[in-house]
Design a protein around this ligand. Structure first.
Ligand SMILES: Nc1ncnc2c1ncn2[C@@H]1O[C@H](COP(=O)(O)OP(=O)(O)O)[C@@H](O)[C@H]1O
Ligand SMILES: [Mg+2]
Length: 256
């Protein structure tokens, strides 16, 4: 592939200039970080699996009318997406108490929440992604009230749809993080809010319905072992394990 301009290297992905204006290529790395970069490691084959899983989930969401940045998968580790102006907010939707919510409010992990809860975090690594309210978001002009309304409505729709989808493969969607962006279409005056970034076991908590086994990044965060296998199991249940088999998701040399 011709040399492309790298736009950004993040913790889990690299962004390259896309082949057409208004597009970018997301390259999924095997790098994993947790606790605001304090814990670092690699999960062999994670990039390949997350590329597939995110493709699958974004495509399904697109089919029910949720606007997403996803255009198409290019190869094992790359997907083409619409370039957006990322709204610097991480939207977390929770169905069951876990992680920071359990810690903050002393609610045992696994306690079902009386209703889904949406939380906002300011996306800023230096500040450790602090939790913010709608007031902060509008006061600091990260998004306007209409955009927040749209983001919340879309997040709940994504939650309902994905909860059902995962339920169908015996997984409980405990919580997840979403990012949104503004897509500037030449034809339209106002930008459109679209779902961006990725949806994968890196940013979802997924527990096996029968056993409660964790099949997500908590296996890495908490040194539970079997991290690669957990991501593979999620892909397998969704019916999207790369066809050429496990070899694809092992040797990095075969993946580039
Ligand atoms: N469609 C898009 N257009 C522009 N930027 C995007 C798009 N989708 C995701 N991003 C941004 O690209 C970066 C993806 O790389 P990642 O490794 O997740 O970064 P980070 O370490 O900042 O989380 C993120 O900062 C994310 O906000
Ligand atoms: Mg990220």
């Amino acid at each position: 592939m011709a040399r492309r301009k790298q736009l950004y290297e993040g913790k889990a992905k690299i962004l390259y200039e896309g082949p057409e204006p208004g597009t970018v290529v997301q390259y999924f790395k095997d790098d994993a970080t947790a606790f605001n970069n304090q814990k670092k490691g690699t999960i062999t084959g994670k990039g390949v699996l997350n590329n597939r899983i995110s493709e699958y989930l974004m495509t399904r969401l697109g089919e029910i009318g949720v606007p997403t940045h996803f255009i198409r998968r290019l190869n094992m580790r790359e997907q083409l997406v619409k370039e957006v102006e990322i709204i610097p907010i991480e939207v977390v939707v929770r169905n069951v108490a876990a992680g920071s919510l359990s810690k903050k409010f002393a609610i045992p992990e696994g306690t079902p929440l009386p209703r889904s809860i949406i939380e906002f975090y300011y996306k800023n690594d230096e500040l450790g992604d602090p939790m913010v309210s709608e007031e902060h978001i509008t006061a600091f002009n990260w998004a306007d009230p209409l955009e927040i309304d749209e983001i919340m409505a879309m997040s709940l729709r994504v939650n309902d749809y994905l909860s059902g989808l995962f339920l169908g493969v015996q997984l409980r969607l405990v919580d997840f993080k979403l990012e949104f962006g503004r897509y500037y279409d030449e034809e339209e005056e106002e930008p459109r809010i679209v779902l961006a970034d990725e949806i994968s076991p890196d940013n979802c908590r997924l527990w096996d319905m029968a056993t409660g086994e964790k099949l997500d990044k908590d296996r890495f965060r908490r040194d539970l072992g079997g991290v690669e296998e957990a991501y593979q199991e999620v892909a397998r249940r969704l019916g999207i394990l790369p066809e050429s088999g496990p070899r694809d998701v092992q040797g990095p040399s075969t993946l580039q």
